[in-house]
Ligand binder design. Structure first.
Ligand SMILES: Cc1cc2nc3c(=O)[nH]c(=O)nc-3n(C[C@H](O)[C@H](O)[C@H](O)COP(=O)(O)OP(=O)(O)OC[C@H]3O[C@@H](n4cnc5c(N)ncnc54)[C@H](O)[C@@H]3O)c2cc1C
Length: 307
């Protein structure tokens, strides 16, 4: 969140005093410096990390103290989650400090009857999904980077993912957050209620803001019930309009029939010809595949890829 700090540090050089202060806050194990930071960057999905220093706080109090120290010196800070973001929001210049949430990765509590889960921001999405499943519930956000992307990153990018049309984006799945502002102020709003109209809904500002307003440290997430079964369907539709009509019909049906659908535009040949029961490619400008509970759905696709 380089933009949250008021001024670049003088001459791009980081003072020894600041480094020592940060070491005192997070401990020797919580700091990486020089080549150790850049070597790490080489293993990342993509992006550029040229920073000289990386700090790994283990608590909200440590995040607050790190940001307060940096703010006092006008030191820019870039927040890192799992580094799977696709818009380079986590890129860090040589005179930035990286604040990584990787040591704050605990699932703090699960409330099955209240259908909520509280996680630290560095917890991986896959970790949250598994914790929910172990308790007979589902955390609906799902995306290919699930075992790298973090809760804090999902919030800061307002991630959507494979089930977005049914369950919504991260914005629809976060009930409350705790965040630390650039000057170290801690905002705690770990609300667990679905409806809460008491005061401003400040969490919505943080969701999707790519770390520019502060560092998310913990979140209260919404869980849903597991569906009893699911099926996969692949249908090829002649036009985009047909796709929209299909989704509309499914959406207006019984709740249980609503698919966790994903629409993909692709040369149909590529996909359909890979299916063992249908080696012959079928042509069509768009493709639709969906998953939904097993049921005698009153649905007939305008044209399916195989009978
Ligand atoms: C294979 C793959 C599949 C993907 N699929 C989808 C998809 O289907 N749908 C979709 O919407 N996105 C998708 N994405 C992108 C998605 O936005 C990211 O995967 C994820 O949400 C980012 O999480 P992260 O922890 O990796 O964040 P990072 O990449 O580390 O950071 C992303 C941004 O958030 C900020 N940030 C990170 N943590 C915090 C924090 N705790 N507090 C404040 N700011 C923070 C960073 O500074 C940066 O600006 C995909 C990415 C990959 C690589």
């Amino acid at each position: 969140m380089a933009a949250a700090c008021p001024a670049r540090y003088l001459n791009g050089l980081m003072s020894v005093a600041l480094k020592n202060e940060l070491r005192a806050i997070v401990g020797e194990q919580g700091v990486l410096e020089g080549a150790a930071v850049r070597e790490r960057a080489a293993t990342l999905w993509h992006g550029r990390v040229d920073a000289e220093l990386l700090v790994r706080p283990r608590s909200t109090e440590q995040v607050s103290a790190v940001l307060r120290a940096c703010h006092a010196r006008g030191q820019p800070v870039v927040t890192h989650g799992g580094l799977t973001g696709l818009v380079n929001g986590a890129d860090a210049d040589a005179d930035d400090i990286v604040l990584s949430l990787e040591s704050m990765n605990a699932i703090e509590r699960i409330d099955v009857s209240g259908r909520t889960l509280r996680a630290q921001a560095g917890a991986k999405l896959g970790q949250v999904q598994r914790a929910a499943e172990e308790n007979g519930m589902v955390f609906p956000l799902d995306l290919g980077a699930r075992d790298s992307a973090t809760v804090g990153g999902n919030i800061s990018t307002n991630a959507g993912g494979l089930r977005v049309l049914r369950y919504g984006m991260m914005r629809n799945l976060v009930l409350g957050i705790e965040a630390v502002l650039a000057d170290g102020t801690v905002l705690t709003s770990l609300n667990r209620m679905l409806k809460n109209n008491a005061g401003y809904d400040l969490k919505q500002l943080f969701i999707g803001s790519e770390g520019t307003l502060g560092v998310v440290t913990r979140a209260e997430l919404r869980l849903v019930s597991r569906t009893r079964s699911q099926e996969t369907m692949l249908a090829s539709l002649p036009t985009f309009d047909a796709l929209a009509e299909l989704l509309g019909r499914l959406d207006s049906g019984h709740e249980a029939l609503r698919p966790r659908y994903r629409a993909t535009v692709a040369p149909t040949d590529t996909y359909v010809s890979q299916h063992p029961r249908n080696p012959q490619p079928q042509r069509g400008p768009s493709m639709f595949s969906g998953m939904w509970p097993n049921s005698p759905a009153p649905f007939r696709a305008p044209r399916t890829s195989w009978p």
